[in-house]
Design a binder for this molecule. Sequence first.
Ligand SMILES: Nc1ncnc2c1ncn2[C@@H]1O[C@H](COP(=O)(O)OP(=O)(O)OP(=O)(O)O)[C@@H](O)[C@H]1O
Ligand SMILES: [Mg+2]
Length: 500
Amino acid sequence: MEAEINEPVVRLRGISNEFPGVLAVDEVDLEIMPGEVHVVAGENGAGKSTLMKLLSQVERPSGGEIRISSQPVEFHGPGHAQSLGVAMVYQEFALAPHLSVAENLFLGREPGRAGFVNRRTEKTDARVLLERVGLRVDPARLLSGLTVAEQQRVEIAKALAIDAKVVIMDEPTATLAEREIEGLFEVIRDLTSRGIAILYISHRLDEIFRIADRVTVMRDGKVVDTLPVSDLDEDKLVRLMVGREVANLYPKPEAEIGDVLLRASGINRGDKLKDCSFEVRRGEILGFAGLVGAGRTELARAVFGADRMDSGTVELDGRKLKIKKPQDAIEAGVGYLTEDRKVEGLALQLGVDQNITLASLPTSFGFINLAEERRIARRRRDELNIRTPSIRRRVQVLSGGNQQKVVVARWLETRAKVLFFDEPARGIDVGAKAEMFGLIGGLAKEGHGIVIISSYLPELLNMCDRILVMHEGEVAGVVGREEFSEERIIALATGTKEAA
Ligand SMILES: Nc1ncnc2c1ncn2[C@@H]1O[C@H](COP(=O)(O)OP(=O)(O)OP(=O)(O)O)[C@@H](O)[C@H]1O
Ligand SMILES: [Mg+2]
């Protein structure tokens, strides 16, 4: 019954998958050992998510062999993969928000015989599973009332419920705050100590070095190499991923800082925003730091007209704006790249070209210059290295990171004077991140005012002129570049008392 100690829990041999025009996964060999954290890294579109979908039987391989605990696996769909112990931690989408936590845990496989669901055992079992993933919530609560981090724990508990041998996590920290990431890593360590293998996709180098035992790097659908993390450093990993050196991850521009461009004063909204004020100057990059839920996104949304404010004013170039809805903000010259791009950002059925020019073209009523649209789209595609067989391809079939780049490209293309970028680097690979920050810096240099919201401090510390730190809906402080330090910002963000 017990597996041999050195027997891989998963073995892929020559696994391939082809989509129209793209060989997404190209003859991949991969072995996952019990109890290891195996990171799969690589540029956007390298084939990471597709590989996970092949293992979890969401996609059918066009060739090759999958073995789980030495047994060859037939393709019968995701349910079959689960029954063999392959669990996938989806973010948000897989769970049923209108059902309770307990119901979600046992969805499709309720305990009890002959199809009868025993609510009492369900509840007890749920408690045990939730305990194991460090989640203290009532199993009877509706899933929709939980935070994203809590919902993720439910997904992991679900993996335990099916007795998973390998748990796949595709960019699990993308929507988590720093503290929640710590918590996730604790859960991962607990799982691996029980012999469960974790297959983990991430673009964040710091994270990879903290959590990985081994790293497999993919490029263009192929495995470049699999190495123990101890044989890697950041430079080497980046070189394996992008096939070249990336000298400067955060190209901070030498922009001249001018007059105040945007001034937000006394913004209140329920108990989410309390008397928040800030200003952004021409050529300035202002950071919004703070824990998730501190109000950074809420503040941006209020200024942008995505949420109504109870009181407060917004001025642009000294003129008071009347912003009732996002369209008013856009027309006035304020742009906002949302953090949740999947929902708000993209017209999935439209082409890459149309999506890029969507925000810049509405001024030319009814008349769209197709040649110009394509020219712009091609230029942005090259700059941001958007991987798509054609710029007319539907955005829907691009990889996650490439979809995000399309949204970034769109906002780079607007005529907005002030641009809010909410978690702009989320899901974007390391090479493209440098390009993107370079382009954002370029906008500052052209005299735009930039606000970057990020949970990743190095990003803010490197790119910003000033950092505004939020804590529980209030502006806890604003720190100038000459006074930047991680400790200081964390102290403000966590509400730890310190000299102002
Ligand atoms: N359903 C699909 N139809 C057509 N092409 C697809 C489909 N899904 C993925 N692809 C293509 O397969 C390639 C690999 O995509 P995949 O999502 O596996 O990349 P990834 O490594 O996960 O990238 P990212 O880091 O951006 O998430 C991409 O070129 C993508 O456009
Ligand atoms: Mg992906």
